[in-house]
Design a protein around this ligand. Structure first.
Ligand code: PEP
Length: 253
C-alpha cells in the first residue's frame, strides 16, 4: 500500500435520527480509544452532521456528508452547499454514490461540479465509481471506470486533487451481500491507479487512496486490505452498528 494511510469510511445513508447518530458515535468513540493507525470517517444524514461533528471533534473520528450541491447558496430548495457542510464540522464528502446516480440523477458532469465545490471548500471528496452487474457481465468494467474517472475529474490539475479519495464500488456489490473477490477489487483498483498515472502523473496517482466498497464486513475486510492497491473501505450496512464497524476498523492484514 506504499505510504498511503488506510481510511475506513462509514456511509450511514438514510439511517439514524440525530439522537441515534449521536449515540452510535459516542459508542464508537469509546471503542476506538486505542486505534491510531487508520483514518476513520462516518457520514451520517445531514440532520445529524453538526451534532455528530461536535462530539467527534478532536477525536480519531472525522465526519463527512453524503452529498452536496455545488452552488454556494441560493434558491435551491432542499439542497445543501459545501460551505454549509464545512461549517457543520465536516472534513469529507461522499460524491457520486451509485444510489445518487441511480435515484437522484447524478451524472458524471454533476459529479465533476460537486467535486470542484468540495475542493474549493477544503472538503475531501470521496469520489465513487463502479460498474453495474450488466456492465461487468458484458466486460465493460474498465471502459465504465475509464469514462467515470475521465469525466468526473475533467479540468482538474494534480494540485486540485491532492486530497482526493476514490471509492471503487461495483454497483452489484452494494447492499447485496455479494462482495467483489480480492482479485476483482485489486484489478479494478490497479486499473484506476493506472488511469490516474496517465492523467495526473505518478506522484499524485501513488498518493491517492482508493477505497473498496460493496458488502464489506468484519469477515472480508482483512483479505481486501491485503491487496496492494486497496487503501481502505467505504462501508454501508456494516457501519451502522458501532461494534461491527470497530471490527472492520481493526482489520489485520
Ligand atoms: C455503500 O453504501 O457505499 C456500501 C458499500 O454499502 P454496503 O456496504 O451496505 O454494501
Amino acid at each position: 500500500m506504499e505510504n498511503r494511510r488506510p481510511l475506513i469510511a462509514g456511509n450511514w445513508k438514510m439511517f439514524k435520527t440525530c439522537s441515534e447518530a449521536v449515540e452510535t458515535t459516542r459508542r464508537l468513540l469509546t471503542l476506538l480509544e486505542k486505534n491510531v493507525d487508520t483514518d476513520v470517517m462516518i457520514a451520517p444524514p445531514f440532520t445529524a452532521l453538526a451534532a455528530v461533528a461536535n462530539i467527534a471533534k478532536g477525536s480519531l473520528i472525522s465526519v463527512g456528508a453524503q452529498n452536496l450541491f455545488w452552488e454556494k447558496e441560493g434558491a435551491y430548495t432542499g439542497e445543501i452547499s459545501a460551505p454549509m457542510i464545512a461549517s457543520a464540522g465536516c472534513k469529507y464528502v461522499i460524491i457520486g454514490h451509485s444510489e445518487r446516480r441511480r435515484y437522484f440523477g447524478d451524472t458524471d458532469q454533476t459529479v465533476n461540479r460537486k467535486i470542484a465545490a468540495a475542493i474549493q471548500n477544503d472538503l475531501i471528496p470521496i469520489f465513487c465509481v463502479g460498474e453495474s452487474e450488466k456492465e461487468r457481465e458484458s466486460k465493460e468494467t474498465f471502459s465504465v471506470l475509464d469514462k467515470q474517472v475521465k469525466k468526473g475529474l475533467e479540468n482538474f490539475s494534480s494540485n486540485d486533487l491532492k486530497t482526493l479519495v476514490i471509492a471503487y464500488e461495483p454497483v452489484w456489490a452494494i447492499g447485496t451481500g455479494k462482495t467483489a473477490t480480492r482479485i476483482q477489487a485489486q484489478e479494478a483498483h490497479a486499473f484506476l491507479r493506472s488511469k490516474l498515472v496517465k492523467c495526473f502523473g505518478n506522484k499524485l496517482a501513488k498518493s491517492i487512496r482508493i477505497l473498496y466498497g460493496g458488502s464489506v464486513k468484519p469477515n472480508n475486510i482483512s483479505e481486501l486490505m491485503a491487496m496492494p492497491d486497496v487503501d481502505g473501505a467505504l462501508v454501508g450496512g456494516a457501519s451502522l452498528d458501532a461494534e461491527t464497524f470497530r471490527k472492520i476498523i481493526d482489520f489485520q492484514t
